[in-house]
Design a protein around this ligand. Structure first.
Ligand code: PMP
Length: 300
């Protein structure tokens, strides 16, 4: 899949070829880059961006952790996001704001180095169909919160995700499941995990994972539906007793897990807590559940 043909780059809408992304810079060399992933959806009453303000708050937080001064306000950023969506003439898709230290500068001193800010837009696959995936608990452990600020989405952290991803794929699985350094379940490479047992939902506490915005949405939706949700430290053995496992993330929305190697197997989806939550989530993103109207920012 290729990105749409216009990019927002350092203050201007430009053709994608202007991005000229191959160069020597600290963003590439040290992963000194922050980003976020946001979806926009088409509904009967026009297109809207899902939880824009929350994604922008996370993006600005990530930038502050890497000492980046983005030089724009959240409000301005929201405005240019709308502009670049309109310029690409898409009614639904994925938005990726990205900021990275982009001076061809040798060494790790990023303080005060020049930044590039870009916003890519991608047409996105229809996530309404259920995808079922197989996972493996990988040897690589999740980054520890004592070593990095896990609340930030920093490019360099994804080297950890990649190691797990390579291990899972090379052993014939779709995605890795990471444990933290204490052996508790953490998350997937780019998704959060939920486990259902006796109609109660469990998900890892925020200490060893990225606080996904989809995760937060699902917790709120499930509680609103009258379901119990507990955020806890969870040992992998708990998976052996689980009835359902699913992942959440902006790109995938909700994804069914049919297998976790050696721990869990549930090929059936049919009528489940997963399918109820997925149906409700889709209603919300498409604007047909008015309770969650404030999660949608219309694209004008
Ligand atoms: N964990 C990690 C490490 C991620 O990169 C992502 C993707 N942003 C998630 C979880 C899911 O977060 P969200 O629901 O905000 O997309």
């Amino acid at each position: 899949m290729k990105p749409a043909n216009k990019i927002w780059l350092n203050g201007k809408i430009a053709p994608i070829k202007k991005a000229n992304l191959f160069s020597f810079h600290q963003g590439l060399n040290y992963g000194a880059c922050v980003y976020d992933g946001i979806r926009f959806y088409k509904s009967a009453s026009g297109s809207s961006v899902f939880r824009l303000n929350d994604h922008l708050s996370r993006f600005f937080y990530s930038a502050s952790v890497l000492d980046m001064n983005l030089g724009v306000s959240k409000k301005e950023m929201a405005k240019v996001i709308m502009e670049i969506i309109r310029a690409n003439k898409l009614s639904s898709g994925y938005i990726r704001p990205l900021a990275f230290y982009s001076e061809p500068k040798m060494g790790i001193n990023i303080i005060g180095a020049k930044l590039t800010i870009a916003i890519f837009v991608w047409p996105w696959r229809d996530s309404s169909k259920v995808r079922s995936i197989k996972m493996k608990i990988v040897k690589t452990r999740r980054l520890d919160p004592a070593t990095v600020d896990l609340k930030a989405k920093i490019g360099g952290y994804y080297a950890n995700g990649l190691l797990g991803f390579i291990e899972a794929r090379k052993s014939g699985f779709d995605e890795p499941l990471f444990l933290d350094v204490n052996g508790f379940i953490a998350e997937g490479a780019v998704n959060n995990i939920f486990i259902v047992k006796n109609k109660v939902i469990y998900t890892p506490k925020l200490n060893n994972i990225l606080g996904g915005i989809t995760r937060d949405s699902i917790i709120q939706i499930a509680r609103q539906m009258g379901l119990k949700v507990y955020e806890k430290n969870i040992r992998p053995d708990f998976l052996r007793k689980a009835d359902e496992v699913f992942l959440t993330g902006t790109g995938i929305e909700l994804e069914h897990v049919s297998k976790i190697h050696g721990y869990f197997s549930q090929p059936k989806i049919a009528k489940s807590i997963f399918s109820d939550l997925k149906d409700e989530y889709r209603k919300i993103i498409l604007g047909s559940d008015r309770k969650y109207k404030n999660w949608l920012t219309p694209i004008q």
